[in-house]
Design a protein around this ligand. Structure first.
Ligand code: SF4
Ligand code: SF4
Length: 435
C-alpha cells in the first residue's frame, strides 16, 4: 500500500455523495473515506487485514466516482487495486468454491484467447441446444455456479477474427493513419459486431486497421481482482501482439479495458525493459471516441433516409467518464448525427451496477443500482440508449428486458457506423448491440 497516496486524503468527505454504495447504505464504512481509513489503519499496523475488510473492498464497485469527486486528487484506483492484491495474498477469503472459481476463470480461461474462444463455442452450443438450462437440474453443483451459468450472455456465432481481417485498408487506398484495433475478451465473444463497426468507422475515417487475430484479455479483470502478476503476463502478451512502433494509435471501444490499457507501465518495475515498452504502448492507446474527435471524424451527412428523428440518450460507463475522463467526446459524436435529438440522462455517470463481475458477486446492491438507472432511462423518453462498455450494455439490457421495455441499446460507434452505412444502403433500422 502506497502510504503517500493514503496520506493525501484529508477526510473532507466531498466524495461521499458520489459513492453509489454510500448513497444506498449511508454507512461510513461503505464510503470511499471509510475504506481509505481502513486501508490506512492496516498500512500503519493499527489493524489486521480481516475478512470484514476484504468483504468491504469487494463491496466497493471500483467505479472511481470518488476519484472524480476528490478535490485533492486521491488516486483511489491504485489504493483499490493494491488492497485487493493484499487481500488475495492474505487468503482471508479463501474457500474451496471461491478458489476453484477464481482459478478456472481468472487463471485458466481468461489467460488464453484459444481457451476462451473454445469455451465460447461450447457455451454457444449449450445455449443453442437449451442444454445450459439443464444445469439447474444438477443439485450437486453449487447454487452460485448454477446461477452463474444461467446468467451468462448469449455467445455470438462468429468472433472478431472471423469478422475482421488482420490488416484492412480504407477504400481507395487513402490511408491517413495506421491504427491497431483491440477486440477484447467479453466484447469478442458477445459483441464482435461492435468490433466490426469500429473497424468500419476507422476505415471510413482514413485509418488503416491492424487487428491481430490472436488477442487475449487485457488483464483489467485480473488487476481489479488482485491478480497483478497475471495482469502483467497478459499486458506483455498484448504488447507483443501489435506492431506498436508502426502505429499512430491503438484503439479500444470498451471503457473498462481502456481504463486499464492506458496504464500498462504501472504494472512493471521502473527502469525495466518492459516498463519502457509499456510506456510507449500507453502513449498510443486511445478510446475510439477520443481518437475520432482527435483526428476530426467525418460527420455523417443527412440523407433521405435520415429524415425521421430519433431521441437518443447516453449512459456514461464508469471507466470511461471517471477512469479516462472521457465525457464530451461520445456526446459530441451522438449530437452530430443527422436528426438525432440528444437528451441527457439524469445521473448519467452513476454506476449501473454491472462493474465487471460485481453484478454476480453482489447481486443485491447491483440490482438496486440497475433499477435506479432504468428509472432514469424511462424519464428521458428516449427510444435509443447508448453506452460504450460491454458490461453496461449487458446489464442495462437485462434491466430493460425485466421491465419489458423495448429501447434500442447500442454502442455509440455502432450508431455512427449505421449512419455512415445509410449513405450507401436503404436500411432505416437502428442497430442493436444485442447479446
Ligand atoms: S470506487 Fe465507487 S463504490 Fe468504491 S468507494 Fe469509490 S465511489 Fe464508492
Ligand atoms: S478521498 Fe478525497 S474527497 Fe474523499 S475524503 Fe479523501 S480527500 Fe476527501
Amino acid at each position: 500500500m502506497d502510504r503517500s497516496i493514503l496520506q493525501k486524503c484529508i477526510h473532507c468527505g466531498m466524495c461521499l455523495p458520489s459513492c453509489p454504495t454510500y448513497q444506498e447504505t449511508k454507512i461510513e464504512r461503505n464510503s470511499p473515506r471509510g475504506r481509505i481509513s481502513l486501508m490506512k489503519a492496516i498500512a500503519e499496523h493499527a489493524m489486521e487485514l480481516t475478512p470484514e475488510f476484504a468483504h468491504e473492498l469487494y463491496f466497493c464497485l471500483g467505479c472511481l466516482a470518488c476519484q472524480s469527486a476528490c478535490p485533492v486528487g486521491v488516486d483511489y484506483k491504485t489504493l483499490f487495486e493494491a488492497s485487493r492484491q493484499d487481500i488475495e495474498k492474505s487468503k482471508v477469503l479463501n474457500n474451496l468454491f471461491r478458489l476453484t472459481a477464481r482459478t478456472l476463470l481468472i487463471k485458466f480461461l481468461f489467460l488464453s484467447p484459444t481457451r476462451l474462444r473454445t469455451f465460447g463455442k461450447l457455451l454457444r452450443l449449450f445455449q443453442k441446444t437449451g442444454l445450459v438450462k439443464w444445469i439447474n437440474g444438477f443439485p450437486f453443483l453449487p447454487q452460485k455456479l448454477r446461477e452463474m451459468a444461467l446468467a451468462l450472455p448469449p455467445i455470438a456465432p462468429r468472433f472478431s477474427f472471423e469478422l475482421i481481417s488482420s490488416h484492412e485498408i480504407p477504400s481507395g487506398n487513402k490511408s491517413l493513419y495506421k491504427v491497431g484495433l483491440l477486440t477484447g475478451c467479453v466484447q469478442d465473444l458477445v459483441f464482435p459486431n461492435i468490433n466490426r463497426d469500429t473497424a468500419d468507422v476507422l476505415l471510413y475515417n482514413g485509418c488503416e486497421v491492424f487487428c491481430p487475430p490472436r488477442q487475449g484479455c487485457c488483464g483489467s479483470l485480473h488487476a481489479h481482482n488482485g491478480e497483478m502478476e497475471t495482469a502483467q503476463q497478459l499486458a506483455k502478451a498484448l504488447i507483443s501482439a501489435f506492431p506498436v512502433e508502426r502505429l499512430d494509435g491503438i484503439i479500444t471501444n470498451s471503457a473498462g479495458c481502456g481504463s486499464h490499457l492506458k496504464h500498462f507501465a504501472e504494472l512493471f518495475p521502473k527502469g525495466s525493459e518492459w516498463r519502457k515498452k509499456a510506456e510507449k504502448w500507453d502513449q498510443k492507446v486511445y478510446d475510439i471516441h477520443e481518437w475520432l474527435v482527435k483526428i476530426g471524424y467525418s460527420i455523417p451527412k443527412p440523407t433521405s433516409l435520415t429524415i425521421h428523428s430519433i431521441r437518443v440518450t447516453y449512459h456514461d460507463a464508469c471507466h470511461l467518464c471517471h477512469g479516462q475522463k472521457i465525457k464530451n467526446e461520445p456526446r459530441k459524436i451522438l449530437k452530430s448525427l443527422p436528426n438525432v435529438e440528444f437528451v441527457e440522462l439524469k445521473d448519467a455517470d452513476n454506476c449501473c451496477g454491472s462493474a465487471g463481475i460485481y453484478n454476480i458477486l453482489q447481486p443485491t446492491m447491483a440490482k438496486k443500482l440497475l433499477l435506479k438507472k432504468i428509472e432514469r432511462i424511462k424519464e428521458t423518453t428516449a427510444s435509443v440508449v447508448c453506452t460504450a462498455n460491454p458490461g453496461c450494455l449487458l446489464f442495462i439490457q437485462k434491466g430493460l428486458r425485466e421491465q419489458a421495455l423495448n429501447h434500442q441499446l447500442v454502442h455509440p460507434i455502432s450508431l455512427l457506423a449505421h449512419y455512415y452505412r445509410l449513405t450507401n444502403q436503404d436500411s432505416l433500422e437502428v442497430p442493436q448491440s444485442k447479446a
